[in-house]
Design a protein around this ligand. Structure first.
Ligand code: NAG
Ligand code: NAG
Ligand code: NAG
Ligand code: NAG
Length: 310
């Protein structure tokens, strides 16, 4: 976490180059916590939240480290769930993927694969369920989430309208195009379907001016730009065809650029290489960072700029 982003951009500004990371630091999870998938940072101070495989949402705060922060069902048993990586316990223990703070209200919004859309305040504990479906169709696998800091509207993805998370993993489902992009308005409690027939929509990020969203289709190997405002409102463009785009995060500041975690395939052996890619609002690849030295062929789920580091 020590390398500064400005250093990256300044030193390595050639587009489409794969380069290694100047400095790399690991923040280790406590024993028996695995699979942090996305990160929500407090706006100042560096504290952050992440959901792990056993259904807990952990909070990290230096120098104390990680503590249990929140959970997404009142029936979750710590004795049964804590430390588990058993996919079949997901419906009991739950599993949080997307997370984002609304800074003005200090509410942490949660996309949970089994509990739907939830929210929890600064003291954590049991999160409040906000929605479990939309337009008569239950959520099956909520995944990506972002918040419009101005309006408080929450944007999130349901990766499938048919399969839950454990089924997709266990049966290796790659032919499903029933995902949806949705929004939640905290004033009206209304959930709206923005896009249907998406192929594994994993991530969503809102632009700094709230005029569009970028949505990554993990299984579909593409990134969409969905217009919220202007003459193209409610329509989308396909802007990037990078394979396996996972979470997507907006770069801080006024420049409209975004970071995606993804996988490239190195030939001739077809070796999967985890990467982070910075793309423009038009889908142009501005930087590519290989995480092969750190993670070998293991996929990474998110690359997020924060406080001068990635
Ligand atoms: C999953 O399915 C895809 C497409 O059918 C295939 O390329 C891939 O090798 C499979 N993965 C596993 C782990 O079986
Ligand atoms: C999709 O793949 C699954 C598992 O591989 C299979 O059971 C299912 O029939 C397929 N569905 C379609 C529409 O091809
Ligand atoms: C989207 O999926 C629905 C079923 O969920 C189907 O009726 C419709 O034809 C699909 N639309 C497109 C454009 O594929
Ligand atoms: C997505 O990319 C992967 C890896 O390159 C490939 O195996 C898969 O067939 C692609 N899927 C689609 C829908 O194009």
């Amino acid at each position: 976490m020590a390398a500064t982003l400005s250093l990256f951009v300044f030193v390595f500004s050639l587009p489409r180059m794969v380069f290694s990371i100047p400095t790399f630091t690991k923040i280790l999870f406590p024993p028996k916590a695995f699979g942090g998938e996305s990160i929500a940072f407090e706006p100042v101070g560096g504290a952050f939240y992440t959901g792990v495989a056993d259904g807990r949402i952990l909070k990290y705060q230096a120098p104390d480290g990680f503590t249990d922060f929140a959970f997404t069902t009142p029936t979750r048993s710590k004795a049964v769930c804590d430390g588990t990586t058993n996919l079949d316990l997901g419906p009991i223990c739950r599993r949080t993927f997307g997370l984002a703070l609304h800074y003005a209200t200090r509410q942490l919004y949660i996309a949970d694969a089994y509990s739907g859309l939830l929210v929890v305040g600064p003291n954590g504990r049991l999160a409040t369920q906000l929605a479990t479906g939309a337009e008569g169709q239950a959520f099956h696998f909520l995944d990506g989430l972002d918040v419009d800091q101005g309006t408080g509207v929450v944007y999130f993805t349901d990766a499938s309208g048919v399969y839950d998370f454990r089924t997709i993993v266990k049966l290796n489902i790659t032919n499903d195009s029933t995902g949806r992009l949705l929004s939640y308005n905290p004033r009206s409690s209304q959930v709206t379907v923005l896009l249907r027939n998406l192929t594994g929509p994993a991530g969503v990020a809102i632009s700094v001016d709230s005029s569009f969203l970028l949505v990554s289709e993990f299984t579909g190997n593409r990134t969409l730009k969905y217009w919220l405002r202007g003459p193209r409102a409610n329509s989308f463009d396909i802007i990037n065809f990078q394979a396996k785009p996972h979470n997507i995060k907006r770069n801080p500041g006024l420049l409209q650029t975004f970071w995606e975690a993804a996988i490239i395939t190195r030939q001739p052996a077809g070796t999967p290489v985890p990467i982070g890619q910075r793309i423009s609002a038009f889908g142009a690849v501005l930087d590519t960072i290989s995480f092969e030295a750190q993670y070998s062929t293991t996929p990474i789920s998110e690359v997020q700029p924060f406080g001068g580091a990635l």
